[in-house]
Design a protein around this ligand. Sequence first.
Ligand code: GDP
Ligand code: IMO
Ligand code: MG
Length: 398
Amino acid sequence: MYAIAIIGAQWGDEGKGKIVSLFSQNVDIVGRFQGGPNAGHTVRINNETHLFRIIPSGFLHARDAIIGNGVVINLEIFLEEMHYLSSLKKDAVKHIWISDRAHVILPEHIAQEQHRINKKIGTTKMGVGPAYTSKIARSGIRIADIISKKIQLNTSPKKFQSAVAIFKKVYTKQCIDSSLFLSQQAKTKTLLLEGAQGTFLDIDYGHYPYVTSSNTTAGAACVGIGISPKDLKKIYLVSCSYQTKVGGGPFPTKIEDPIVIKHIQKNGDEIDGVTNLLRDCGWLDLVMLRQAVRLNAPDGIILTKLDVLSGIGDIKICINYLLKGKIITVVPSTIDSVEEVKPVYKTIPGWSEDIQYVRNKTDLPKNLLRYVLYIQKVLQIPVYGISVGPEESQFVYL
Ligand code: GDP
Ligand code: IMO
Ligand code: MG
């Protein structure tokens, strides 16, 4: 199989859903390999907006979709999502495949997060952390357990029991060994793997403890769906052209100027689809992006939301950090140090043109190209394309 992975470069919500959907126009199978309904991936096609939580975003285009073993599944949300997608895609039920090794988010996992002591992380309260905790503690329940008759759910809430009953009735045939399934596909087929969250929410390489409970970087794509690292032929990073964040933790380049922040939040519609919280916004952080490039070794990077920066005036880019009076070029391992860093900025003149209708590189404003080329030069990887609006078609290949 020819496998491609799309990975978030920042703290999630980079616009991965849109890019995955766009790229899925030419692939056979789309897959998710980690995360769960903490993800909210938005796709807009012909002015209609679709939010994907557990199902891979490309399912409206690609023939088949797989939810890999690395994902944690909320069965009620899965059923709701499939109900919605069935109204848009013919035979959707026959084309969704669920790894029988994927873990299930249980009602008690969600309950645990409602009363979580550590409130500072600000999780999505979807029970994702507790479900992964059960997995690692080897006490989790997997899809295979759910579809076998062995598991006793008498004490579970009625809503959960009824979701299990519907799931078993409708989807038992769709529960598979994802690795075996993929190995049986023709060699010419393409598989697009959609990352959830982003590099700096990775449990190991993110701003720990302000992270999610899975590995979000490219290395996880193989183990979370059941392919060899040798099968991964291309990796693309998706980065917003500025920084956004929901949840707690350090934000070195956070913008304080109320006029600038208002411009971004308004034009970028910066409200999180899962938590309904307003996202914090900041200038692009190349210290973080350099690290994301090192960790994911992408073939190219895709920059999103450049339309939001139109008319903002001068644009700042963080090129290094200052820590205790010294220049540092990498993200420190300890959270106390990350809290302490001060960004070192380069200023680039902005552009005022409306770019949402631009589809050719030659029609882009000169200063926008300067911004993009500067990012490309620092990161030493090609900028593959830029997104100039939320619609799937609003994209310029570079
Ligand atoms: P994901 O989690 O990475 O898939 O990103 P989300 O879908 O959670 O958040 C990205 C938001 O930005 C969504 O509302 C998208 O519709 C929107 N979006 C994506 N690309 C662009 C773009 O180029 N310009 C604008 N204005 N919005 C975009
Ligand atoms: P997508 O895939 C943005 C954040 C939460 C919180 C931290 C831990 O749409 O990019 P969790 O519920 O995972 O235990 O929360 O991670 N977070 C996200 N932020 N986009 C996401 O997903 C996120 N998924 C989790 O806000 O700070
Ligand atoms: Mg999102």
